[in-house]
Design a protein around this ligand. Structure first.
Ligand SMILES: *Cc1c(COP(=O)(O)O)cnc(C)c1O
Length: 360
């Protein structure tokens, strides 16, 4: 291509590989992308269908109606909210707006891959801080901060470990950051933790904290691509300058609004996930496969070695059970397994039992 080359950083990006889907045969269960096994709420499906007849119209540019609904449900000022094409887009906006060549974007060792991808895409330098036994280490993050640190990303609960840190630790991190750094608390799994606000109160209390959330996990709308962020008004204003005016489609906006107003559905999904998560973790432990206590909708199953984890993955695949290898997250001896419905959990537990029985 002669002199036509990508911007610095772009060629260092390893393209994101989504959770495998399998051949979608009748007996195949996809447990590789942390999708809601109960599907989308019926209220959201109805809203989507109702919006279909209006698809010749451009969507709202300011997402006022969805922001008002989010504000009501979470008790937040809608003026301080922004909506994106999944929270992935919010992460992209943050990197685009706050980090460029020479700047550093910091995240923990097993942090979500999109932080690195978005940092590199913005020309910034990704920096990794070690974790302690698969738990975010606030001291290590603070130690890794430098003059050029502009963004610090942290998922709480974290993916793919499922662990989380307490609100006191989050506050201590925010307090200790250098002046020019913004802390981004990624709350993709916050809804699964009863009584946890995802870091919202910390955002309200401090100027240097931002929170991202998504409709892709508990709300079962991964295919529609809707996420949102909550931050200081000045930060929201900056992000809105890089946001495309029609980034979200009208049907997606309508479905997301119906979903977040459907509190009964959200509660049912949270309770059912907790019930099956406990069951699955115990069943795997009984088969000799430990996991950290998960606060999300998946379990990080730990095997004796990378070879054993790969063999287990192949064994599960042969039985139509698609889970996620997490070597790309620095966890080659583990498999991330989404908490499915009861039938799926029983199938996974039985298959791992058979695998471990054979391996022993
Ligand atoms: C799934 C996930 C997201 C959500 O991505 P969307 O773009 O909103 O679908 C964000 N952060 C983490 C850590 C996730 O696991």
């Amino acid at each position: 291509m002669a002199g036509i080359t990508a911007q610095p950083g772009i060629m260092q990006i390893a393209p994101y590989v989504g959770g495998a889907g399998g051949d979608r045969g009748a007996n195949v269960v996809k447990l590789s992308s942390n999708e809601n096994p109960l599907g989308p709420p019926a209220s959201a499906v109805e809203a989507l269908q109702a919006a279909a007849g209006e698809m010749h119209r451009y969507p709202s540019t300011d997402h006022a109606s969805l922001r008002a609904a989010i504000g009501e449900v979470h008790g937040l000022d809608p003026e301080r909210l922004i909506c994106g094409v999944g929270s992935d887009e919010i992460i992209t906006f943050l990197c685009q707006a706050f980090a460029g060549p020479g700047d550093e974007v910091l995240y923990p060792e097993h942090g979500f891959l999109m932080y690195k991808i978005s940092a590199l895409a913005a020309g910034a330098t990704p920096v990794v801080a070690p974790e302690r036994d698969r738990v975010v280490d606030v001291d290590a993050l603070l130690e890794a901060c430098a003059e050029r640190t502009r963004l610090v990303f942290l998922a709480n609960p974290a993916n793919p470990t499922g662990t989380m840190i307490g609100e006191g630790e989050l506050a201590r991190l925010a307090e200790g950051l250098p002046d020019q750094a913004l802390l981004v608390i990624d709350g993709a799994y916050a809804e699964y933790v009863e009584g946890y606000d995802g870091g919202a109160a910390l955002v309200t209390a401090r100027d240097n904290v931002f929170m991202t959330r998504t409709f892709s996990k508990l709300y079962g709308l991964g295919g529609l691509r809707v996420g949102w962020g909550y931050g200081k008004a000045e930060v929201i204003d900056i992000l809105n300058r890089v946001r495309g005016p029609f980034n979200l489609s009208a049907p997606a906006l309508a479905a997301a609004e119906a979903a977040i107003r459907d509190r009964a559905y959200a509660e049912r999904c949270r309770v059912e996930n907790a019930r099956m998560r406990t069951w699955l973790a115990r069943a795997l432990a009984e088969h000799g496969v430990p996991s950290d206590t998960s606060c999300a909708n998946f379990i990080l199953a730990r095997f004796a070695s990378a070879d054993q984890a790969q063999a287990a993955d192949a064994f599960l695949q042969e039985r139509g059970l698609i889970v996620r290898q997490v070597g790309g997250y620095g966890l080659p001896a583990a498999l991330r397994i989404t908490v499915g419905d009861e039938e799926a959990c029983i199938r996974v537990a039985d298959a791992i039992g058979a695998f471990m029985g054979g391996a022993a």
